[in-house]
Design a protein around this ligand. Structure first.
Ligand code: AHR
Length: 515
């Protein structure tokens, strides 16, 4: 048994539908105790943010089909996707990239759609982007979904003037030439742009810069990212890739006073960048390897945060994990460069474990954006023409909604471990927080692909919520069977001593409210 200290809490419960036969045979015991006297920093809703890039079928077809499309739409946005996204209470959306952002000229995406220039999307498939989705289409979309805007500017190939003028175009309220142009293009009131990214991945597709140069450029560009009088904008410096701690060190040392946040990008592969692996069909080895890679997020945040602490002990600067998620070999037969992949129960576990990690680092992690929203990488939603399905990752985000704005508590998780291929994982992970509605919420993840877990807790009350699980490691939804995996109701009643015990089937995610 290993003690896992966590800022979250776990319980074990009895499935409300009755005990599964799978529970009895090979079940392990774990326990969770929660320190309700030591609340942590708020779980900012923005950690459930999403990323939507001009990439593959993410924007075009996934979100935007145009007013003349036979696919039912509202002002060009497809109705089915819009309705599903609204359900998630998405706090923030990052756009237009990604790598795309550092080649993007915002002026390409305004004015009459038929007159907008056509450009090659050099990063993603070499296809033509005719810019029919631009600034107005994105900001109106966020407004319809109810999300804040996180606009990523072009530091790699654009100028500080372009960046400044884009912000003025979007948010200006005085009758300048740019504001009048916006109004002539159909938007009278200024939009609110809460977050502005000063470039993206400057160490790679954003310019292949050394951290010293990137820090200098950040200082220069950020100078011209000026909010309107009386407004604020959170300036996000393009930060490290994975474990490039030197990048964080240099950026913090040289530019801490010119930033409000610094980004971190980390993707989960089955193997590594050169061996991404398949989205479906993997066995125990691939399961363990993927989840182990996902859990690496904790170490990355811990180490980047420690560096940030040296230059920002008051924790003014946020760590924004604004690209994360699974990245597999693209779906066989799909368009090269479109990063389309299936999404299975394994992705659901990655999502839940990652959100739990963010809950443990709320002192620094103030925003995150899963990559990406629709049809790209670890997507919420997949579409095929007029068909749509919700992925297991969507269902996890739906189940985790009560954690938005909640106050986390430290939890001690006493759990067995299991190993495969030289990697060791805990069977149980957990997170506990008090929601904005005053109720206690608990998430529990059983990482073990074969064994059920009984989790004893010191929490009292009655627990009701949902469970996500499936018969196979790669259980997933298809367009012909879109409800193969979806949440089922779940409940637990207290034992004689009043405490809750939860029975978790193998490979499952549970979120309950405790009353
Ligand atoms: O999300 C796909 C790509 O991954 C993004 O464009 C880039 O920022 C990252 O490398």
């Amino acid at each position: 048994m290993k003690i896992w200290k966590s800022a979250l809490l776990s319980l074990s419960a009895t499935i409300g539908l009755g005990a599964s036969p799978a529970l009895a045979a090979d079940r392990v015991n774990a326990s969770v105790s929660v320190d309700l006297d030591t609340p942590g920093a708020r779980i900012e809703p923005e950690i459930q943010g999403q990323f939507a890039e001009h990439l593959g079928r993410g924007i075009y077809e996934g979100i935007w089909v145009g007013e003349d499309s036979p696919i039912p739409n509202t002002n060009g946005y497809r109705n089915d996707v819009l309705a599903a996204l609204k359900e998630l209470d998405i706090p923030v959306i990052r756009w237009p990239g990604g790598c795309f952002a550092d080649e993007y000229d915002w002026r390409d995406g305004i004015g009459p759609r038929s007159e907008r220039p056509k450009r090659i999307n050099t990063h993603w498939g070499g296809v033509i982007d005719d810019n029919r989705f631009g600034t107005h289409e994105f900001l109106n979309f966020s407004e319809m979904v109810g999300a804040e805007n996180y606009v990523a500017g072009n530091m790699g190939s654009g100028s500080p003037r372009e960046m400044a003028q884009w912000l003025e175009y979007m948010t200006g309220s005085k009758p300048t030439t740019l504001v009048k142009e916006r109004q002539a293009n159909g938007r009278d009131k200024p939009w609110k742009v809460k977050y502005f990214g000063v470039g993206n991945e400057s160490w790679g597709c954003g310019g292949n810069m050394r951290p010293e140069y990137s820090a200098d450029l950040h200082r220069r560009y950020a100078t011209f990212v000026k909010p309107q009088p009386g407004e604020t904008v959170v300036k996000v410096a393009t930060g490290a890739n994975v474990d490039d701690y030197n990048f964080t060190e240099v950026l913090m040392r040289e530019a801490v006073n010119q930033m409000d946040a610094i980004s971190l990008h980390y993707y989960t592969f089955v193997g590594d960048w050169d061996h991404k692996g398949s989205a479906t069909g993997g066995g125990r080895k691939e399961w363990v390897s993927t989840l182990s890679n996902a859990l690496h997020m904790d170490e990355l945040i811990t180490k980047h945060s420690a560096i940030m602490d040296q230059y920002d002990p008051d924790k003014r600067v946020g760590l924004f994990v604004d690209e994360w998620g699974t990245w597999y070999d693209q779906e066989p037969g799909s368009t090269p460069g479109f990063l389309y992949q299936q999404n299975t129960l394994r992705d659901a576990e990655v999502a839940a474990l990652t959100l739990n990690i963010f809950h443990r680092h709320t002192d620094r992690v103030k925003l995150a954006a899963i990559a990406q929203m629709v049809n790209v990488l670890q997507a919420m939603i997949l579409t095929d023409g007029d068909k749509m399905l919700l992925t297991p990752t969507y269902h996890v985000f739906d189940m985790y909604k009560p954690f938005q704005g909640a106050t986390p508590y430290p939890a001690t998780i006493d759990t067995p471990e299991f190993s495969e291929g030289g990697k060791t994982l805990p069977v149980v992970d957990a997170s506990v927080a008090r929601g904005e509605d005053g109720q206690l919420y608990l998430s529990l993840v059983n990482l073990d692909p074969e064994r059920a877990a009984r989790v004893a807790t010191d929490l009292k009350g009655a627990a009701t919520g949902h469970i996500l699980t499936g018969p196979k490691l790669d259980t997933h939804n298809t367009f012909d069977a879109p409800d193969t995996i979806k949440p089922a109701t779940y409940s637990a009643r207290p034992g004689r001593d009043g405490t809750l015990t939860f029975d978790l089937p193998a490979k499952s995610v549970v979120v309950v409210a405790i009353r």
